[in-house]
Design a protein around this ligand. Structure first.
Ligand code: FES
Length: 557
């Protein structure tokens, strides 16, 4: 405990005197001012159930940090929730808030020169934003997984918020009545925590553990459960040790730990959003890792080991009871990089010693997996030289090759109206462009278009190529998400005309525009920029600085 802490300024200096005046008035003692100063990053608000419990968690963490000899300071950040913050600007605020959180943390923690961070992970964008900040600041950090919510029952059946989202797309066509969707919504969420199932939030919680940034055995977990609270206490204790030992995120988040995370994502058919978030975290760590290439490399090696909703029928509770992320990693042990480090102080190999899978029916073996084809496939080709992602999910029969004429839309609303009036025909490839990270700006959520195609009985009769993101129960049809580079960046998507033939070939890992080069060359001379220009506010800053989605959609340095 002899390391000089960066937060302890030279006595008598202006920074020392100003801080002393402030902190004395806050009640800190002389001894407090010498302790490791730990930021508790609380990305929450009163707007959403995803993070409504974090104030209580922060109080417990503070107790643990104090008991371990540290001095906690709670700081708040922006706190987006996909089901609340997606209402404005066509959902354009959601992804850009990830990067706002990273900068929020930088300003508060680096500005105050605190010694370590303990980040409370909850909703979809808060966790990657916190991990990106850990990589950027590179000060001792633990991410505390703050758990999933309880789902409910609707007329004797399981109901969760993802199901409500899906079924809400059937209301316009009359497939679900207003009374039914109201009753579903009223019963879908029964306690604080993130959305149930293997959506982006639980996927990112598991990614934290696979990367080594959350304590082994801490994900997924029911929010506010005794198990979660025990990990909260241990994290508070451990972060103080990490500060004294100067154990930093870039020592933990290595090229090997990103490979481990990619393998775990593939084994669970986790959210496609994990791919760009992992790329963004690697870039903030200034690590030369091509995460898209990692997913392409491991796709054929890692079969699906557990089919959690929406991939299958098992619940996230079943995965936790079977041993959670650690048990999945145990199954993958022969393939993982065992020397990768974790915030526990142990390597991955050490942390997996003695771990057992509690339910063989939930977490399968490598020899007898749920299914062999890759759960996520990175596709490229003449239409998407940067790449796109197809989530194949589970064992269900899927179309793997589809060719058809393009039917182009420039917003999800335009596409949904067209689907509603029968203007999308079987055999077509629905193209959504002008809605990417720059064109949106902010990467529109296009799951609702897929749900509308499903509701219209078209999902297995069309292909979809969208610049937008996909989340939730998108588990049918041949859908290519996060197509890159986007039309607004001058990508080939901007050269497509209605009726042009597009071929999606998952086995060949390609999406091609079947138009002669000479024709494309002529179109290039007149290529339009699709998307909307934004002149004011955060989205304007974002639009001017964001990099392509296949580069993690991070902001320019
Ligand atoms: Fe927050 Fe799903 S909307 S976790």
């Amino acid at each position: 405990m002899s390391r000089i802490l960066r937060s302890n300024f030279k006595p008598g200096s202006p920074n020392w005197a100003g801080r002393r005046a402030q902190w004395r008035a806050l009640g800190l003692s002389d001894a407090d001012m010498e302790k490791p100063k730990i930021a508790i990053v609380n990305s929450s608000s009163e707007l959403a159930i995803c993070f409504s419990h974090l104030d209580g968690v922060a109080a417990k963490v503070k107790e643990a940090i104090r008991a371990a000899g540290g001095m906690p300071f709670e700081v708040r950040t922006a706190a987006p929730s996909d089901f609340i913050t997606n209402a404005g600007r066509h959902g354009g605020y959601i992804l850009p808030t990830r990067d706002l959180i990273t900068s929020d943390i930088e300003v508060q923690v680096e500005g105050a020169m605190l010694d370590g961070m303990l980040c409370l992970a909850s909703c979809d964008k808060t966790t990657p934003g916190q991990l990106m900040a850990a990589g950027r600041l590179n000060i001792p950090t633990i991410v505390v997984v703050c758990g999933y919510q309880d789902s409910g029952q609707y007329r004797g059946q399981h109901i969760d918020i993802e199901e409500v989202f899906l079924k809400s797309s059937y209301v316009a066509s009359g497939g679900v009545s207003l009374a039914e969707i109201t009753e579903m919504a009223d019963n879908a969420v029964k306690s604080p925590g993130v959305c149930a199932g293997m959506g982006t939030a639980n996927s990112m919680h598991i990614v934290c553990e696979a990367l080594g940034m959350a304590l082994p055995g801490s994900s997924p977990v029911r929010a506010n459960s005794p198990k979660m609270m025990e990990h909260v206490r241990r994290a508070g204790e451990r972060i103080v040790q990490m500060v004294w030992n100067d154990e930093k995120p870039r020592d933990i988040m290595s090229a090997e730990s990103f490979a481990n995370a990619a393998m775990v994502v593939l084994a669970l058919s986790a959210s496609i959003n994990t791919v760009k978030h992992l790329q963004a975290i690697a870039m903030e760590c200034e690590l030369d890792v091509d995460v898209y290439e990692l997913f392409a490399r491991y796709a054929n090696q890692i079969p699906l080991l557990a089919a959690i909703r929406p991939t299958g029928e098992d619940l996230i509770e079943d995965l936790e009871a079977a041993g959670g992320a650690r048990a999945v990693m145990k199954r993958l042990e022969t393939l993982l990089f065992a020397n990768a480090r974790t915030v526990s102080g142990q390597t991955v190999g050490e942390a997996l010693r003695g771990v057992e899978v509690a339910d063989e029916a939930v977490i399968h073996t490598l020899e007898r997996p749920v299914s062999k084809p890759p759960s996520l496939v990175i596709v490229k080709g003449s239409l998407l030289p940067g790449g796109g992602i197809v989530r194949l999910g589970g064992p269900a029969e899927r179309t793997l090759r589809f060719s058809g004429p393009a039917n182009i839309f420039h917003s999800r609303e335009e596409a949904m109206v067209a689907i509603g009036r029968g203007a999308v025909k079987p055999g077509e490839v629905v193209v959504l462009r002008g809605i990417g990270v720059k064109g949106g700006p902010g990467l529109a959520m296009t799951s609702s278009v897929v749900f509308a195609l499903d509701g219209a009985g078209l999902i297995d009769k069309v292909g979809v190529v969208t610049e937008g993101q996909l989340s939730g129960l998108v588990n049918r049809g041949l859908v290519v998400g996060e197509a890159s580079p986007e039309a607004m960046e001058g990508g080939p998507l901007g050269l497509v005309n209605n009726g042009d033939s597009i071929t999606i070939d998952v086995l060949a890992r390609e999406v091609n525009l079947d138009v002669p080069e000479a024709v494309l060359e002529a179109r290039r001379a007149e290529q339009r920029q699709y998307g909307s220009r934004t002149e004011r506010g955060w989205l304007s800053v974002y639009q001017r600085t964001v990099q392509p989605v296949h580069k993690g959609a991070v902001l320019l340095k």
